[in-house]
Design a protein around this ligand. Sequence first.
Ligand SMILES: CC(C)(COP(=O)(O)OP(=O)(O)OC[C@H]1O[C@@H](n2cnc3c(N)ncnc32)[C@H](O)[C@@H]1OP(=O)(O)O)[C@@H](O)C(=O)NCCC(=O)NCCS
Length: 396
Amino acid sequence: MPELRNVTPDEFERWMRVESRAHGNRFNHDPEELRPHFDLTRTIAVVDEGQIVGGAHSHLLEMSVPGGVATVAGVSNVEVQPTHTRRGIMTNMMRHQIDGIHERDEPLAALFATESAIYGRFGYGVGSVHESWTIDKRHTTYNRRPDSPGTIAFVDPADIGKELPDVFRRGTEGRPAVFQRAPHHWERDSRDPIHSQGGQGGIFYAAYIENGRIDGYVNYRTQRPAVIVNELMATTPDASAALWRFCFDLDLHERTDAIKRPVDDPLPWLLADPRRLQRSARDGLWVRIVDVAAALQLRQYLSNDRLTLQIKDDFCSWNNRCFELDGSLEGAICRPSAGSPDLTITVGGLASAYLGAASFTTLAQAGLVDEHSPGVLARADRMFAVQLKPWTPYNF
Ligand SMILES: CC(C)(COP(=O)(O)OP(=O)(O)OC[C@H]1O[C@@H](n2cnc3c(N)ncnc32)[C@H](O)[C@@H]1OP(=O)(O)O)[C@@H](O)C(=O)NCCC(=O)NCCS
């Protein structure tokens, strides 16, 4: 089996080139610019006969969880080059990476998957879901809603790092599964606004302003006949309604497409003819609960209750046991238990329930949860309920 070790400074560019090639991309970055954003002690190089043939990295990040914030290993750059696939290299790398995350006492790992069949086997579960939308301009009339009182103004891309991070923060307040956009990503987007967005046509930023304050913004590009909304962040219902209206009414376009919308976005409820909004949902963030007790203690619970959970975790034996969770709005205590379980849940299912992507009842219907006494599923659902569904608008 190839050796797994950290990337050395002089290997960094070669490692990045392998990463790009494995993803089918040409490497067209300045390695000097990328280098500061990688912690080499958190990298993995897969080395076979002196050649790098794969790798992975994890960023140390903070993610919102219901009522709190958690330290998360943000896993990225996972690849095995096509000459070496399907011989267990990624499996070894996942073992190595999760053991490292556990040793560093980071309770959670999270990632965006290129394909949704890859990570379930390692105990990752869907932590957030988002929707892609498309709607014909002719069907964008709103229900009876008063006009928003504010105004819309363009924002110079050079100013987004100054003007918009606070709007992003306010617009995602109370949402689980959110990572705040790193300053260097605001900076990158201000310099190179078509980065990774695909297509030409330019990126535009427009803000909704009321009483001198920016209450929302939209980042869109045009690809006639469509306006493509990359990100629309609103801190008030007026900002949301006005920014969508602005996009729908742009001249020279017949259609608006949007990517990565939250599943509980108000827009479908605002439309007079909501069936015309075509919605398609897909997995967003994948979450791995690395330390069950530590992770469960980091969030708050809507009802005050106590549950004994039997966790099924084949990949991380330290989690494969019973835990007693005593939770409330004030916080939680979770510790290993010798008691008999109220329910049994896979660690991937727990990741989905943890952030509120799925209820225990739904997970039980999918075979990921077993209820051991009547009424427990409903109690668990009340405890883990969230006011806003998890949403991950920004990929770290
Ligand atoms: C995805 C990737 C890292 C897998 O590496 P690998 O070394 O071939 O994986 P392994 O040999 O350890 O495979 C482990 C298991 O996962 C399965 N698997 C691996 N990649 C898969 C995929 N893309 N879809 C479905 N199953 C996959 C394997 O079939 C194997 O299953 P088995 O244990 O039942 O036989 C590699 O194919 C790759 O780099 N792909 C391109 C880049 C990419 O998609 N990276 C992931 C970024 S999120």
